[in-house]
Design a protein around this ligand. Structure first.
Ligand code: CFM
Ligand code: HCA
Length: 535
C-alpha cells in the first residue's frame, strides 16, 4: 500500500500530491483506529476523474427511477438524453394502462437563443405541452448548468404553472451540474425537495402489517423486484421504495409507515433523518447485496417489529432461499477463493459488493467511492467532526421540526434506548473501512492514472467499476465487471441476485479471454502512451 502511494504521489505536482495523499489511505481500521480520509472535496482540474455531476445525482439517480412523476430536464438535450435509462433503472406498472413516463426523455432542448435571452418561456411552454399530452399528477423540473448560469428561475416557473394547473404538483430542482463537487450534491438537493414537496401530502396508509419503506434502492437491473419478492415472502409490507419501482402515490403517503430502512446511505440519508424528525419514524441501515447480508437485514427488520409469527415466517423464508444459494455458492467458492478484487463505485456499492464477493472467497484488496463522504468510509460517528466547506454550504440544509399533528414516535425513547443497549443499532452506519482488512487500500475519487497504476502493481483478478473504466481495465488484460449498470445483467440483490452474481463472476474470472488477448502495443511499442507530470 505505502509503496503504491509513494509511487503515485511522486508523479503529481507538490500541492496535488499533498491532497491526494489524504485521499489515498492504507487501511488499519480492522486492527486499530479508523484512519481519516479526505472525501467530498473538489477534483483537481486536469485529472481524469470517475465522477459525474450534481444534475446526474438528482435527476438521473434519485428521481430518475420514478415512473409517474413527469420529469423535464431544463437544458441542452445531451443532459436529458444521457440521464435517460443509461442507469438501467427498471420499473413495472401494475397494469398495462398505468402511467409510465420512463420510456420518454423530456427536455426543453435549450438552444443558443435561449441561453442569450432566457429559457423560462420555453420551460413554461414545455409544461403546458406536457400537461396537455400526458395529464401527470406531478412534474419535476431539473436544472442543468446553463440554466443556473443564465439565471432562469425554475422555482418561480414551477409556482406560476402550479397556479395555472392547481391539480398538478409542480416542483423544481436547483441541481445545476456545478452545484457541488460531484453527484452527491444532487442527491441532497433531491432529498430536500422530495421531503418538502412530495412526502406527507396524503395520510392514507397502505393495507398490511409490518409496514416500512426502503430508501436508497433504485431497481438497477431489477434489484428491487427481487427485494419485493423476498419481503413479500416474509410477510412484511413494503410501502414505498425511494425510488425504484415506486409511484407518486406511494411517495406522498410514505410517512405513514413505522420504519424506514436505508440501503444506499450516501444518496438518501438526509430523507431518513428528516422523516424521523418530522414524523417520528426511526431508521436503520440495511443491505440486500449478498445472501448473508440479505438474511441479516431481513432478521433485523423482523426483530424491529418483534412479532413471533413474522420472525417464524422470515426464518422459514431465509432457510428456503439459503438452501438454493448454498448449492450454487459452494461449488463456485472452490473456483474463486483467494482471488483478488478492486472495487471503485459511486457511494455504496464499493462497500456493499465486498460482502457478495466475500461469499465466493474473493477478497477486496482496494476499494473506494467516487463521491461519498467521510461517514461512508469511517462511519457516522465522525459526522460531528466533518468540516463543512464552501462547496457543501452551497446546498441548503433544511431545518426540520416535529409536525404538530402528525409527529408520532413509532418507538418510545425508553424502548429505543433499551434496544440500543442490547446492540440494536438505529440511525447508524459503520462505513466501509472497518470491514476491510488492514493494509488494504482505500482511495477516494480514484482517477484514470491511478487505475492503471493499481492494475500494473497489483495485477488483480477482477476490477469492478463503471463504463469509463471498463475498457481501460480490459485492455490491460484484466477481467472487469460494471457495478453500476451490471453490464446488461442482474438482478444482483437478494438471494436470486446473489446466485446470478456468483455465476457471472465465476465466468468472468475463470475465463482466459482477457489474458489471451494481446494488446496491439505489445508488438508495436510506438502505440503505447505514458503519463505523468513533466512541468
Ligand atoms: Fe447509491 Fe446507487 Fe451507489 Fe448512488 Fe450512482 Fe448507482 Fe453507484 Mo452509479 S445511488 S451511491 S449515485 S448505490 S448511479 S444505483 S451505481 S454511482 S454506487
Ligand atoms: C451517474 C450514473 C452512473 C454512471 C455509471 C458509470 C450509473 O453517476 O451519473 O460511470 O458507469 O450508475 O449509471 O453512476
Amino acid at each position: 500500500g505505502e509503496v503504491f502511494k509513494a509511487e503515485v504521489l511522486e508523479k503529481y505536482p507538490p500541492k496535488l500530491a499533498k491532497k491526494r495523499g489524504r485521499q489515498i489511505v492504507v487501511n488499519e481500521a480492522a486492527g486499530g483506529e479508523v484512519p481519516e480520509i479526505l472525501a467530498n472535496s473538489r477534483t483537481a482540474p486536469g485529472i481524469l476523474t470517475m465522477r459525474g455531476c450534481s444534475y446526474a445525482g438528482c435527476k438521473g439517480v434519485v428521481l430518475g427511477p420514478t415512473r409517474d412523476v413527469l420529469q423535464i430536464t431544463h437544458g441542452p438535450i445531451g443532459c436529458g438524453f444521457y440521464s435517460w435509462l443509461t442507469r438501467r433503472n427498471q420499473t413495472k406498472p401494475h397494469t398495462a394502462e398505468a402511467v409510465n413516463f420512463m420510456p420518454y426523455a423530456m427536455s426543453t432542448d435549450l438552444q443558443e437563443d435561449e441561453i442569450i435571452f432566457g429559457g423560462e418561456k420555453k420551460l413554461k411552454a414545455a409544461i403546458d405541452e406536457a400537461i396537455a399530452l400526458f395529464h401527470p399528477k406531478a412534474i419535476g423540473i431539473f436544472s442543468t448548468c446553463p440554466v443556473g448560469l443564465i439565471g432562469d428561475d425554475v422555482h418561480a416557473v414551477a409556482r406560476e404553472m402550479e397556479a395555472k394547473y392547481p391539480d398538478v404538483n409542480i416542483f423544481g430542482f436547483s441541481c445545476e451540474g456545478y452545484k457541488g463537487v460531484s453527484q452527491s450534491a444532487g442527491h441532497h438537493v433531491a432529498n430536500n425537495k422530495v421531503f418538502t414537496d412530495v412526502v406527507g401530502l396524503d395520510d392514507t396508509p397502505k393495507q398490511g402489517k409490518f409496514r416500512f419503506n426502503i430508501l436508497g434502492e433504485y431497481n438497477i437491473g431489477g434489484d428491487a423486484f427481487e427485494i419485493e419478492r423476498i419481503v413479500g415472502k416474509c410477510g412484511m409490507t413494503l410501502h414505498s421504495t425511494f425510488s425504484g419501482n415506486s409511484t407518486y402515490e406511494e411517495f406522498i403517503s410514505a410517512h405513514t409507515v413505522d420504519l424506514n430502512t436505508v440501503m444506499c446511505h450516501r444518496s438518501i440519508n438526509y430523507l431518513a433523518e428528516m422523516m424521523e424528525k418530522k414524523y417520528g419514524i426511526p431508521w436503520f441501515k440495511i443491505n440486500f447485496i449478498g445472501a448473508d447480508s440479505t438474511a441479516k437485514s431481513l432478521r433485523k427488520i423482523a426483530e424491529f417489529f418483534g412479532d413471533g409469527e413474522l420472525t417464524k415466517r422470515t426464518e422459514e423464508a431465509i432457510a428456503e432461499e439459503m438452501e438454493k444459494v448454498e448449492a450454487v455458492r459452494k461449488e463456485i467458492y472452490e473456483r474463486c477463493k483467494g482471488k483478488k478484487a478492486m472495487l471503485f463505485v459511486g457511494g455504496s456499492r464499493a462497500h456493499h459488493y465486498q460482502d457478495l464477493l466475500g461469499e465466493i472467497g474473493i477478497e477486496t484488496i482496494a476499494a473506494g467511492y467516487e463521491f461519498a463522504h467521510r461517514d461512508d468510509y469511517e462511519g457516522r460517528k465522525v459526522l460531528p467532526s466533518i468540516v463543512v466547506d464552501a462547496d457543501s454550504r452551497n446546498i441548503e440544509e433544511l431545518t426540520v421540526t416535529a409536525d404538530e399533528k402528525r409527529y408520532q414516535p413509532r418507538i418510545s425513547e425508553a424502548e429505543k434506548a433499551k434496544r440500543e443497549k442490547e446492540g440494536f443499532a438505529f440511525s447508524d452506519y459503520d462505513g466501509m473501512m472497518k470491514q476491510m482488512k488492514d493494509k488494504t487500500l482505500v482511495i477516494d475519487d480514484l482517477n484514470h492514472y491511478e487505475t492503471e497504476k493499481l492494475i500494473e502493481m497489483y495485477k488483480p483478478d477482477l476490477v469492478c467499476a463503471g463504463i469509463k473504466e471498463k475498457y481501460v481495465v480490459q485492455k490491460q488484460g484484466v477481467p472487469m465487471k460494471q457495478l453500476h449498470s451490471y453490464d446488461y445483467q442482474g438482478p444482483y440483490a437478494g438471494f436470486e441476485g446473489a446466485i446470478n452474481f456468483y455465476k457471472e463472476i465465476d465466468r468472468i474470472v475463470n475465463s482466459n479471454a482477457f489474458r489471451l488477448a494481446k494488446a496491439p502495443w505489445a508488438d508495436s511499442p510506438e502505440l503505447s502512451a505514458s503519463y505523468g507530470y513533466t512541468g
